[in-house]
Design a protein around this ligand. Sequence first.
Ligand SMILES: [Zn+2]
Length: 252
Amino acid sequence: MWTLDDTSGPPSWRRRASATGATLAFSTRRGGTSLPPFDTLNLGRSTLDDPEAIGNNRALLLNSLGLSPLLLATAGQVHGTRIVEATGPGHQADCDALVSSIPGLALAVTTADCMSLLFEAPGAVAAAHSGWRGAADGMPVAALSAVCERAACGADRVHVHFGPCIRGCCYEVGEDVAARFPEGALRHPGGKPRLDLPTATRLALLAAGVPGANIHDTDACTACEPYWYFSHRRDQGRTGRLWGIAACAVTA
Ligand SMILES: [Zn+2]
């Protein structure tokens, strides 16, 4: 079960009972050092925020999760479906997901409305960035396949976690985008259709063999909750970035 923990360090969503002992978390915008419009826990280097503040924010968050800022792998996201295996700390250009089996290595993807997806399997984790393009082009199942391959297990052994993202309550899309998704992932409240990214992702993962009981959602909408989340659409692009983080367990 996911809980929003604001009792120690920067408030973040924490996974209390990981199936594999992995560290899994989703950040919020609170508890950092950045000034408006990046207030306050902006983690994205693609923004115009002060790089020193971003570095401070990253260290604050990682330390609060018991992870080392020196063991961080990030992805240079391009709304694609390329996945890279992280064999050590550093920035991987031109990919939207990272997979690894290195204990304690934090995989981080940045979002501000797109989904961050965390995968855990016995001995491997993955973190993926998946907006409508990623979802339409198959990123969720591509990342699932990568973690299954790394862990040498079937989809039935994988747990998948959905972070705060824009949802069917808020996400108006054009007919061209809507046409890329099954009807079950769309809402029709009148006017433009709305896309529910978590439903689209859930349907794809279920079809790929992930048991429904292994799919876990924070149920948080970035656009609905300005107190907690950055939202690219709500804030018209002038905003910070959230993180989804996954790290394999460090065993003695
Ligand atoms: Zn909403």
